[in-house]
Design a protein around this ligand. Structure first.
Ligand code: MN
Length: 238
């Protein structure tokens, strides 16, 4: 196997374990990576909890969600989130979907989720709320077909993250490491904001501050340091 594919697959396993260890995913949620040798495919685990994913669980998918080789496996119902984003966003190499708990309140109230501390700025200026009901009426809230995945991707636009009303969030990155970092700090920013709201009115970062923070903290220095730390916590020595 090509080195680039092997490296992507190893990082994808580590990403799964980090998202579990850092309480971004529990039994549910998933992370994918665009295939390093084929823009029209992505790699993602079969339907298992992220905390137990091993390299043999990884599978290739076409962007429309068809598995390249099903091998009698069960696949994630919500893989269309990933395909929808990869279709719409050539700049995206990795997608995380989670139900991390602290983001949920911001999807179902009129309180906007915006950066309240410097690392929180990695989510970008705003995190809008996609509502599956707007275009699809009453559903199970799962993104279970490509129409829904494309609708979510269109709503996401060029942003780094979107909440999903009554469900969770989607986070994208230029790399697996970036997507994981943003997903972690999306959760931390939400949790800290809720703590702030119990005390008073948060003094959010200004638009200028967000602009200065949002790229610096997804730079190599910050990313490598965070990945190194989270990998070890998840049981991987780098
Ligand atoms: Mn979900």
């Amino acid at each position: 196997m090509e080195d680039r594919v092997q490296e992507a697959m190893l990082n994808l396993v580590i990403a799964n374990r980090i998202l579990d260890q850092e309480n971004i995913c529990d039994a549910f949620g998933h992370v994918s990576v665009r295939h390093p040798l084929d823009q029209e495919k992505y790699i993602m685990a079969r339907s298992r909890a992220p905390g137990v994913i091993e390299i043999d669980d990884l599978m290739e998918f076409h962007l429309d969600g068809r598995p390249v080789d099903l091998r009698d496996r069960t696949v994630y119902a919500e893989r269309h989130i990933h395909g929808g984003v990869y279709e719409a966003r050539p700049d995206v190499t990795s997608v995380v979907h989670s139900h991390s708990h602290s983001v949920i309140p911001f999807g179902v109230t009129d309180v906007k989720l915006q950066p309240v501390f410097h690392m929180g700025a990695t989510v970008g200026h705003e995190v809008p709320v996609w509502d599956i009901r707007d275009n699809f009426g009453d559903t199970s809230l799962l993104v279970s077909n490509m129409d829904q995945g494309r609708d979510l991707a269109f709503f996401l636009g060029d942003r780094r993250a979107s909440l999903m009303r009554g469900h969770g969030a989607v986070v994208v990155g230029k790399t697996i490491k970036e997507a994981v970092l943003i997903a972690v700090f999306l959760e931390h920013n939400a949790r800290i904001t809720m703590q702030c709201l119990q005390l008073g009115t948060p003094n959010f970062l200004s638009a200028g501050e967000v602009s200065l923070c949002k790229d610096q903290f997804v730079g190599d220095l910050a990313i490598d340091r965070a990945w190194d730390y989270w990998s070890l916590r998840a049981g991987f020595k780098s």
